[in-house]
Design a protein around this ligand. Structure first.
Ligand SMILES: Cc1cc2nc3c(=O)[nH]c(=O)nc-3n(C[C@H](O)[C@H](O)[C@H](O)COP(=O)(O)O)c2cc1C
Length: 309
């Protein structure tokens, strides 16, 4: 007799997701672009490209470079803006059963607050993910996400204007990520997702020029996975809210590392560029892994790391 299917549902920030596999912001467009490549209805959640109040063109090219086991990007958060997103892309997305999570960014606290207020009125947006790896104009261009007080202030202001589940997306470009995680938890974040990209740089030795027009960029892909797993483990041990793991997940095995480290869900980013259907394979792999080991609930895996005695 066939074994019963394991229960992959997971709870994040008050949402019940059918499985823990989400798409990472900026690597899956606005969702609809993947409709012929992925069964969007099977995803745990869709997280769309980071949106700002106004449309943004992003940085000049070249803005992507391949690196060993990863890539550097300096897209510069190009996007169509929240109004165009609501008027065009959301029409398609709201027909799906899959929870839609909108990723937002700004350069001033008021930008984030205004975005959250707009989203508050959209019943079809399930949650907000806040990208705090952005330059804070008031603090002289230092990212909100590298300063615990700035991250806390921002979280409080957004929390005050939304009842939607709030996920704070943490930057790994800090000395101790648990300090930032605790700071946003204290101000009402419902969950944290990590990691965003690690700042990197590549040089063309012939011309001696940076390979990216922006000089530096964000490193993603399998190259960052061990750093991400370590940070997820640290944060999962430091906070009581759910943790969403991100960083170089290419397969079900990779996703399992994050779940065992303490993540209640995961996001798949750069892997979508290599294989647009990879999220489906990851869901199948997780299911197979649990089935063959008689693990019936995903929650039995989460945080099940066995430490050396
Ligand atoms: C091309 C590209 C664009 C991205 N755009 C965004 C974005 O708009 N907002 C955001 O929060 N993260 C953005 N990210 C970061 C990813 O969501 C993710 O955190 C990071 O790439 C690490 O995951 P990965 O190794 O699976 O790609 C982007 C990453 C890439 C590669």
């Amino acid at each position: 007799m066939d074994k019963p299917l394991p229960d992959l549902t997971t709870r994040i920030a008050g949402l019940t997701l059918p499985n823990p596999v989400m798409t990472a912001s900026g690597t899956f467009g606005y969702g609809g672009e993947f409709r012929d490549l992925v069964d969007l209805g099977r995803l745990g959640a869709i997280i769309v490209k980071g949106l700002s109040l106004q449309p943004a063109e992003g940085n000049p090219p070249p803005r992507i470079v391949e690196t060993p086991c990863g890539m550097l990007n300096a897209i510069g958060l190009e996007n169509i803006g929240i109004d165009a997103f609501r008027a065009t892309r959301l029409k398609f997305l709201r027909k799906l059963e899959t929870p839609i999570i909108v990723n937002i960014y700004g350069q001033r606290e008021q930008d984030y607050v205004a975005l959250a207020e707009i989203i508050e009125d959209e019943p079809d947006i399930a949650a907000i993910e806040v990208n705090i790896s952005c330059p804070n104009v008031k603090a002289g261009g230092i990212a909100f996400g590298v300063d615990a007080r700035a991250a806390a202030d921002l979280t409080r202001q957004i929390r005050n204007c939304t009842t939607k589940p709030l996920i704070l997306k943490l930057s790994p470009n800090v000395t101790d990520i648990t300090v930032i995680a605790r700071a946003v938890e204290a101000e009402g974040a419902d969950a944290v997702s990590l990691i965003n990209t690690l700042t990197g740089m590549a040089i063309d030795i012939g011309s001696r020029r940076p390979k990216l027009a922006n000089i530096t960029g964000g490193l993603s892909g399998p190259a960052i996975r061990p750093v991400a797993v370590r940070m997820v483990w640290q944060v999962a041990n430091a906070v009581d809210i759910p943790v969403i793991g991100i960083g170089g997940i290419m397969s079900g095995r990779d996703a399992l590392e994050f779940l065992i480290a303490g993540a209640s869900a995961i996001q798949v980013g750069t892997a979508n560029f290599v294989n647009p259907g990879v999220t489906m394979a990851i869901i199948d792999d997780l299911c197979d892994f649990m089935r063959t080991r008689d693990i019936m609930q995903l929650s039995d895996l989460v945080g099940s790391l066995v430490l050396p005695s």
